[in-house]
Design a protein around this ligand. Structure first.
Ligand SMILES: Cc1cc2nc3c(=O)[nH]c(=O)nc-3n(C[C@H](O)[C@H](O)[C@H](O)COP(=O)(O)OP(=O)(O)OC[C@H]3O[C@@H](n4cnc5c(N)ncnc54)[C@H](O)[C@@H]3O)c2cc1C
Length: 503
């Protein structure tokens, strides 16, 4: 099959993209060099914003993920033996006000099940080995484990092929950044004696370094900590006894670790490409950005890259929007990538301070700030990614004086079909009924949902993008029509759109 879009990499980001594009009726092929999905727990959390976006697809929305996961309600910060503060997740302004602990292997299983429901298979044991970029598409060579080879042509190529991305190398995009000079360990273990409720994670700031304990399910935990740098080629894998000794020293007293599921060592890279698009090719997920696991943002940010790209690509592939729409993918998601990278660096350096004076200042300031509800809510909103916005997006249109600003998230409402769900990538109009609004729906029926939703503010018309961010808001319908005319393909438009376009 000649696909419109060839996705290289069937990890969480590639599968999210494949699912979104397939739902929107775009012909997709997705290949992965590995014979099987990962069986590792790697990314342990799905944050509120990712769950909101998963609600837009599949027959069950995010419910299948929630059922397979474990709700974490708070994060307690501890310095020595003293609790410094707690960030509560139930205050997150979301229909999913918690952190969902779920091993990456489970997230990938559920994403693959979603794809199977949609009739799409990840072509495994299939490596994309070379790419020739053309003005109107890309040719790729696929090498299968059985020795067969295929040359495939696709209108668009997306590299979701992880940190060592072959697509990124083919595009010759520098992956600028650095590797931190510290070793880290990761232990996925069972444990008794944890002094907090099982639904709370804890971050222990110790004079030796940091220790993070994150519940995976009742009695099972992910434990992460930093170690002095060794110049070994890779960070050493710890034994269970070594992890127990580190927990005894830096963490709560009286715990017993047993039955390890996964023990690993890793180093932290903070790297990112400058642009996520080059001609007919895009990068998403770890192919575009990697950072410290502090804050647990890597996979979630990548899955949201995929959601951002999918509706834009679908509109362009279906000929409903001008190709210029695709440029906003890089500017929006690269800005988010920069923010996530900076935040992860900050969190890591604060947690791993070695100077005793600086540690004392951190503990005192942490106690003061985390005691302020506005600060602790802000931390929860940032971690859960509901605070992500596109304030400087080239896609932002005019703004009414009240309410959400263009580029900001319009929170989904419990019981309402989320914007962007369904089989077409459509904007949603939130407005009071009027003949002018009906005209917009008629005129831009290929871009806008047929059903107008209740106004978000009296006297204001709000246009929400298929990924749930505000495109523009205005009192006058002409401003909304002009915005849509700017996005829409200009051929075959009815006269009202042509007028609005020149308004
Ligand atoms: C130890 C560890 C702990 C982590 N903890 C967290 C965490 O707590 N929270 C968090 O959000 N993130 C965490 N991460 C990061 C998270 O795992 C990644 O961000 C996530 O896997 C990125 O997904 P991806 O789909 O972009 O890339 P990947 O998961 O790397 O998937 C890329 C896929 O592409 C395939 N591929 C590569 N090259 C080719 C090719 N040429 N042809 C075909 N297929 C190819 C690979 O086989 C792979 O399946 C952790 C990672 C590690 C290693």
């Amino acid at each position: 099959m000649t696909p419109s879009v060839l996705i290289v990499g069937g990890g969480p980001v590639g599968m999210t993209l494949a699912s979104e594009l397939t739902r929107y009726g775009v012909g997709v092929r997705i290949v992965d060099q590995a014979a099987q999905r990962t069986d590792k727990s790697k990314a342990m959390v799905l944050w509120s914003r990712t769950l909101e976006l998963l609600d837009r697809g599949g027959t069950q929305g995010a419910a299948s993920f929630v059922d397979a996961g474990f709700k974490v309600e708070g994060v307690t910060f501890v310095a020595g033996n003293e609790v410094v503060g707690r960030v509560a997740m139930d205050a997150i302004p979301s229909v999913h006000a918690y952190a969902l602990a779920i091993p990456q292997s489970e997230t990938e299983r559920l994403l693959e099940e979603r794809l199977v429901e949609q009739g799409l298979t990840v072509e495994r044991s299939t490596q994309a080995t070379s790419f020739t970029m053309g003005a109107d598409g890309v040719e790729a060579t696929l090498q299968r484990a059985d020795g067969t080879q295929e040359t495939v042509w696709a209108d668009w190529l997306v590299g979701c092929d992880g940190a060592h991305s072959a697509v990124r190398h083919a595009l010759d995009m520098p992956f600028a950044g650095e590797t931190l000079l510290s070793d880290w360990f990761l232990a996925d273990v069972h444990m008794t004696g944890y002094p907090r409720t099982d639904t709370d994670a804890s971050i222990h700031w110790h004079s030796d370094g940091v220790l993070l304990i994150f519940p995976i399910q009742a009695g099972r935990y992910r434990i992460i900590g930093d170690l002095p740098y060794t110049d070994a080629k890779t960070a050493p894998v710890p034994t269970l006894e070594q992890v127990q000794a580190l927990v005894d020293r830096r963490g709560p007293a009286g715990t017993t670790l047993f039955d390890p599921v996964w023990l690993s060592g890793f180093r932290i890279n903070g790297r990112k490409v400058a642009a996520y698009r080059q001609g007919r090719a895009f990068l998403a997920g770890d192919a575009a950005h990697v950072h410290s696991p502090a804050g647990g943002q890597g996979m979630n940010t990548g899955m949201q890259d995929a959601v951002n790209l999918a509706w834009k690509l679908a509109l362009v592939v279906h000929g409903r929007a001008e190709e210029a729409l695709l440029d906003s993918y890089s500017s929006e998601r690269s800005a988010v990538g920069d923010e996530v990278l900076k935040a992860a660096e900050r969190l890591t350096s604060v947690a791993t301070l070695k100077n005793p004076v600086a540690q004392g200042v951190r503990n005192a300031v942490g106690r003061l700030l985390l005691g302020l509800p506005s600060v602790s809510h802000g931390v929860a909103d940032t971690m859960s990614e509901v605070a992500i916005h596109y304030a400087n997006s080239p896609l932002n249109g005019p703004s009414a004086r009240e309410g959400v600003r263009p580029g900001e998230r319009v929170p989904p409402v419990a019981g309402q079909v989320p914007v962007g769900a369904g089989v077409a990538p459509q904007f949603a109009l939130f407005a009071e009924p009027s003949a002018a609004i009906d005209d917009i729906v008629t005129e831009f029926g290929d871009l806008v949902e047929a059903d107008v939703r209740p106004a978000l503010h009296a006297g204001t018309i709000s246009l929400v993008r298929p990924d749930g961010y505000l495109a523009c808001s205005a009192a006058k319908p002409e401003a909304i029509a002009a915005y849509l005319a700017r996005i829409a393909t200009h051929a075959d438009r009815a006269p009202v759109a042509k007028r609005a376009q020149h308004a």
